[in-house]
Ligand binder design. Structure first.
Ligand code: BG6
Length: 289
């Protein structure tokens, strides 16, 4: 699409040296980088930013952006065999193409990005004839819908909307919605069952088996963030805490207090299989109250 086709409220910009789409409507402001179709900002009018971005993020085409919503696809982390590269798949570092942009009368902006195998440098062993489509609808809520369609070969993949949320203090927030869910504790390397709300008191990296809505209760910022999802069997909760933050070059040493990730995911035993010519959609709706 060219600048001429864009509706009022959506414009092409260069932000931190990267091509991006800026959204400014009556309902919200937002920013989506073409690199990774990466939603870096969504702020409803009158609210504080909902998504967290690191002040130490790299902004280079072909490199992962730290914060916002990286799309992990078609594998999560190093993949199920532990050997896949790049980490979290190629989607977050590939150049997605904007195929449509609309703004409703009320000010809800809908952007659709597409990625096909032709645009991917590091396919690893993934079939090249897939189509990934990502619809981002920004208004008073943020709706994200990721569809993967198989070509002639079946697809077998993991996926995540790796959402970084801005919080007043990670040590003070509570995450509701996972009580009773079984999870893989990637820090301890064992399996557990959640009892009550999730809170952060150490490095936390968990893959929950859960289709439920989550709510981040943030008393310091005086708000809750609600994450509803469809087509997702896992919720990943991540906070790197002190040592891991210090070890990451693109993450400020003290920034872990200001963020937590509650991710909409299909991974490990919940990896998705799609027959030739068929599609699968995973979607999340994020809102604040
Ligand atoms: C989380 C994973 O989703 O992403 C963690 O569960 C990982 O294990 C984190 O450390 C960040 O990954 P990356 O590749 O963006 O540094």
């Amino acid at each position: 699409m060219s600048e001429n086709n864009l509706p009022k409220g959506v414009s092409f910009v260069t932000e931190n040296g990267l091509e991006a789409l800026r959204v400014e409507t009556d309902l919200c402001t937002g920013l989506v980088y073409r690199n990774g179709a990466h939603v870096a900002e969504w702020t409803p009018r009158g609210a504080e930013p909902v998504l967290w971005m690191s002040g130490s993020s790299e902004f280079t085409d072909g490199k992962a952006i730290r914060g916002g919503i990286p799309i992990c696809l078609p594998w999560f982390g190093p993949g199920r065999d532990g050997n896949h590269s790049p980490a979290h798949g190629f989607a977050r570092i590939s150049p997605w193409t904007l195929t449509s942009a609309d703004v409703s009368d009320s000010g809800e902006a809908r952007l659709v990005f597409v990625l096909t195998g032709d645009e991917v440098e590091q396919l690893a062993d993934f079939p090249s004839d897939f189509t990934a489509s990502y619809a981002v609808t920004m208004g008073s809520a943020l709706q994200l819908s990721l569809t993967l369609t198989a070509g002639e070969q079946a697809l077998d993949f993991e996926e995540a909307l790796h959402t970084y949320f801005a919080v007043g203090d990670a040590r003070e927030v509570r995450i509701q919605g996972l009580d009773g869910a079984d999870y893989l504790d990637k820090v301890a390397g064992d399996r557990k069952s959640q009892s009550g709300d999730v809170t952060f008191s150490q490095e936390t990296d968990r893959v929950y088996e859960s289709v439920s809505t989550c709510r981040i209760i943030d008393k310091q910022l005086g708000r809750s963030i609600v994450i509803e999802k469809v087509g997702s069997a896992n919720t990943v909760v991540w906070n790197p805490w002190v040592a891991k933050s210090a070890a990451m070059a693109d993450f400020g040493d003290d920034e872990w207090t200001q963020m937590c990730c509650v991710e909409t995911v299909n991974a490990l035993g919940a990896a998705v299989e799609v027959e030739p010519g068929r599609s699968h959609t995973m979607a999340a709706t994020i809102s604040i109250d």
